[in-house]
Design a protein around this ligand. Structure first.
Ligand SMILES: Cc1cc2nc3c(=O)[nH]c(=O)nc-3n(C[C@H](O)[C@H](O)[C@H](O)COP(=O)(O)OP(=O)(O)OC[C@H]3O[C@@H](n4cnc5c(N)ncnc54)[C@H](O)[C@@H]3O)c2cc1C
Length: 430
């Protein structure tokens, strides 16, 4: 029997693609979806922060378009950076027109200096994220956007992070594009997500639900507590004990390792050193329509506690009552740090007011805070050294750890689905 831990997209996709081979999915929550869930509150539908579909793999796009036939809408991205009391279109690097002239000058001069600097001799995993930013984009872009924004998001110095994950997320532009951007000339779309798909109704949670009809055996409300990897036995909080031939785990890998009773000490210690940033997701409903015309906005400046705010009703108007707006706001924090929901909501209201998005008379009709404990995996030097040994030790014991937190990586919904599909195909062929 193949036992799958977690009914997020990675676990669901694995079960779906096993195509009837004996398997059981066990999920600790009362419903499927993991981070890709939606929930209703007082007439609003919220996701666990913004979850937009960007595809790079045609096979996964076709799968999702088939599962959600007729339900998806395509949108051209309207995302901006708010700084110096100005909106700069994303990506910042090619859109600096409109920022204070001194800022534009520093960005341009810094970028030009990178073009004549000698190329780095370090391997990506040895080069820090900060070095990568300085060498690829230059001092101006580093100072005015990349460093303050990323330090707010990752909650650590960028000297501590490696750069092996950045290239697909942070596009390196050509000089012509940077100059055009400084002059306000637009001739092409940039970035990893110039357009995105999103369900017309119901929020992103309709996607995991669409997998369910292809999956026979799911147990909800049952948390994996202990794994005896030698006897291949898993024990759950509700008392159930499952024997398995193969275990597919999509739970965070440090949690899995903590719950395996018989792993070597160096592996347990290596997993204990894996770090992540957590995110407070503050979801708001406001009694005024169109509080913003944008899809989402990045906030690099320290004056604002949040790093991003999005406006779901601008890409799916049915997510709230007519005459209202909804927002998701994201504040990163160290996992061990806690702030009360009331304080977070007050900080968000104040910050959005100072940014000119909220007006003093705006009535917040719904406010809800979710704490996403595992949000952004830190790509530090310890991860680069420790992770391959952890994953191969697990594989040697019949455990495949997959998904965003199973592989301890910075990946998307598409990647979670692709990993589940790939693993199921391998297990079917075995
Ligand atoms: C702030 C933020 C914004 C994001 N925005 C986007 C976006 O716009 N677009 C995009 O494509 N991706 C986005 N992502 C990434 C996306 O959410 C993930 O890639 C994807 O949902 C991961 O799916 P998964 O199945 O790997 O993990 P998860 O969704 O975490 O699923 C793991 C499942 O395991 C269950 N579980 C955990 N422990 C146990 C246990 N002990 N026993 C039983 N079950 C357990 C959990 O409850 C969960 O259901 C975002 C992520 C974050 C943090």
């Amino acid at each position: 029997m193949i036992l799958i831990i977690g009914a997020g997209l990675a676990g669901l996709s694995t079960a779906y693609h096993l195509q009837g081979r004996p398997c059981r999915v066990v999920e600790k929550e009362k419903e499927a979806g993991g981070l890709c869930r939606s929930y209703q509150m007082d007439g609003f539908t919220f996701d666990m922060t913004g979850h937009l579909l960007h595809f790079r793999q045609q096979a996964i796009r076709a799968l999702v378009e088939g599962l959600l036939a007729g339900q998806l809408q395509q949108h051209s991205r309207r995302s901006y950076i708010y700084s110096y009391k100005t909106y700069t279109e994303y990506p910042y690097q090619v859109n600096t027109y409109g920022l204070p002239p001194e800022v534009v000058r520093e960005c341009l001069m810094g970028f030009i200096a990178t073009l004549t600097a000698p190329p780095s001799t370090l391997k990506p995993e040895e080069r820090s994220f900060k070095q990568w930013i300085l060498e690829s984009l230059g001092e101006g872009f580093a100072k005015h956007f990349m460093v303050p924004f990323n330090e707010k998001l990752w909650q650590v110095s960028l000297d501590e992070l490696t750069s092996d994950w950045v290239s697909w997320l942070v596009p390196k532009p050509e000089l012509k594009d940077v100059v055009n951007g400084a002059l306000g000339v637009k001739d092409k779309a940039f970035g990893y997500n110039p357009s995105f798909l999103y369900p017309a109704q119901g929020g992103i949670g309709v996607l995991p639900k669409a997998f369910l009809s292809g999956i026979g055996d799911i147990v909800y409300g049952s948390e994996l507590m202990e794994v005896d990897t030698t006897r291949r036995r898993a024990t759950f909080q509700d008392g159930r004990v499952e024997s398995y031939e193969t275990l597919v785990s999509t739970m965070p890998v440090p949690e899995l390792i903590r719950r395996c009773t018989d792993l070597p000490k160096p592996i347990r210690e290596a997993a204990g050193g894996l770090r992540c940033a957590s995110v407070y997701n503050i979801n708001l409903g406001v009694a005024r329509e169109h509080v913003s015309d944008k899809h989402w906005i990045y906030f690099p400046e320290r004056d604002y506690p949040f790093y991003r705010a999005g406006f779901p009703m601008n890409f799916s108007p049915t997510l709230g009552p007519p005459g209202c707006s909804s927002l998701y706001v994201e504040i990163s924090h160290q996992p061990e740090q806690t702030v009360s929901p009331a304080t977070l909501i007050a900080q968000v209201r104040d910050g959005l007011g100072r940014a000119g998005i909220f007006r003093p008379a705006d009535e917040i009709v719904v406010a809800d805070v979710k704490d996403i404990r595992y949000a952004y995996v830190l790509f530090d030097r310890h991860r680069a050294r420790a992770l391959p040994a952890i994953l191969s030790e697990l594989e040697s014991r019949g455990i495949h750890s997959i998904g965003r937190y199973g592989r301890w990586e910075h990946t998307s919904m598409e990647d979670a689905i692709a990993q589940g599909k790939q693993l199921a195909e391998k297990l079917r062929a075995a």
